[in-house]
Every structure is written in C-alpha cells, then in structure tokens.
Ligand binder design. Structure first.
Ligand code: KIV
Length: 260
C-alpha cells in the first residue's frame, strides 16, 4: 500500500481497513490479515504505557515504535502519529518532527490532530513532500481544552470547515473521531480525500480502531462505537493461570520439554 493507492481507494469504492499497532507481533499479524494501513497511534501512551491521556508521549517514543512496526509490515502502509507538542509550536517544528519520523522509521506518512488551526502546518508538510493525514472531531491531544475524550463532537459547520481546511492544505486523508453519522457522511461526500472513521458511522471511506480495544486487551473500555472482536485478555489470563498452576504442581515442564 502506498499513499496514492490509499487515496485512489475512495474513487474506486474500496473501503479502507486501518488498525493501530505499536510492536512487532501485532503488526505482523495485522499485516498478514490484510489491513490497508497500520497507524502507530499516540494511543501508545494509554494502551501500552498505561497513562490516562496521550499527552506525555514523546517524539522519540513514536519513532522507536514506528521503526519497529515499519520493519514488521510487509504490505500495509504505516502512518505514525506526531505526538502532542511535536508540531503545535510552528510549521517549522512540524516539518522537523515529521522529517525525523520519515527518515528514522521508514513510515509512509504522519498524522496530526486539527483542521483549520493546523492548515498552515499541513501546508508546510505537504510542501516538503511529507504525506500527512488530518484528524478532526474529538482530538485526544486537546483533552485539556475539550474536558473529555468521550464527548461526541456535533458542530457540523465547524467540522466541515476543519475537514475542508485539511484537504485544501494538502492532507491525503483525514480521521473523523466521534462525530455523528450524518455529519461524517456529509464530510465524506464533500471531500475528495478518504475519510477514516472511528466512532463516526459506516459512511466513511474507511475505519480505524485501536487494536488493543478491538481485541479485548484493554480493561473495561467499552464505548458505543467499539466492536470487540475477541477477548484476548481472558484468553491470555487463563493461559497464564494454567502455566502458574502447572509450574506449582510440577506438571510443567514434562519430559517432552526437557533435554536428556
Ligand atoms: O492515536 C490513535 O490511536 C489514533 C486513533 C484513535 C485514530 O489517533
């Protein structure tokens, strides 16, 4: 998958399946299972590092995980999030941060949060030939201003303005997070770049989910938009319980696991 093929999916009517990944085993599995793109999201801070927001994640951490995922992905396009305060200071800071991401990870593209407010920055990245994905609606990096990471964003005209500003500035695609289905459908109709929804209904050009959430690895996180496709936390817990019990009873290791 390349950026041009990703963009062409919209006119070809091919839905795009995107998942987040942060490390080798998962990235290899998602790649083999056929996702179009892997997002190394700054949700890393929450699902991998166990923090309550994405704000503490650093550019070096994104680059560390981005490089791991790029090495694991043979077919899927890899997009790496620019973390909080790695691009908000100025367009020059954004180009320097995104340039490091592309050079040091081998990723195809970066993602940043914001529409109208980030148009100048998106333009600077596009002018440096750095493919950039926008992200509007609920923006986790703005949690301190928004007050919550779970509130559906309903200001239709502001959302449309954000989406159009990102497209006009040169974004190749845009994430729509937590916005009503009807607004997401309108944004999708009015843009020529693919929209990738999370909590934005079925009319987007593609969908993204946080892999740890859809696989049931995160503890108790069940927003309405999330479909949990597996309960891997339960599977892993019972496997580890069996291991602990067998070590304590002496059943493991058996003769077949021992060298003569
Ligand atoms: O960081 C992330 O994982 C994201 C997705 C929720 C779209 O931005």
């Amino acid at each position: 998958m390349t950026v041009p093929r990703f963009v062409a999916a919209k006119t070809q009517g091919r839905k795009l399946a995107v998942l987040t990944a942060y490390e080798t085993a998962w990235a290899e599995m998602f790649d083999a299972a056929g996702v179009d793109a892997i997002l190394v999201g700054d949700t890393l801070g929450m699902v991998v590092q166990g923090k309550s927001t994405t704000l503490p994640v650093t550019l070096d951490e994104m680059i560390y995980h981005g490089e791991i995922v790029v090495r694991a992905a043979k077919h899927a396009m890899v997009i790496v999030d620019l973390p909080f305060m790695s691009y908000q200071v100025s367009p020059q800071q954004a180009v320097a941060s995104a340039g490091r991401v592309l050079k040091e990870t081998g990723a195809a593209a970066v993602k940043l949060e914001g529409g109208v407010a980030q148009a100048e920055t998106i333009r600077a990245l596009a002018a440096a030939d750095i493919p950039v994905m926008g992200h509007i609606g609920m923006r986790p990096q703005s949690v301190r201003k928004l007050g919550s990471m779970s509130r559906v964003q309903r200001d239709e005209e502001a959302l449309l303005a954000d989406a159009k500003a990102a497209e006009e500035a040169g974004a190749f695609s845009i994430v729509l997070e937590l916005i009503p289905r009807g607004i997401a459908a309108r944004v999708t109709r009015e843009l020529s770049i693919p929209t990738i929804g999370i909590g934005a209904g079925p009319d987007c050009d593609g969908q993204v989910l946080v892999s740890y959430d859809m696989l049931g690895l995160t503890n108790g996180f069940r927003p309405k938009f999330l479909k949990q496709y597996a309960d891997l936390r339960a599977v892993a817990t019972s496997a580890v319980e069996a291991y602990v019990a067998e070590v304590k009873s002496g059943a493991f290791p058996g003769a077949e696991h021992s060298h003569d």
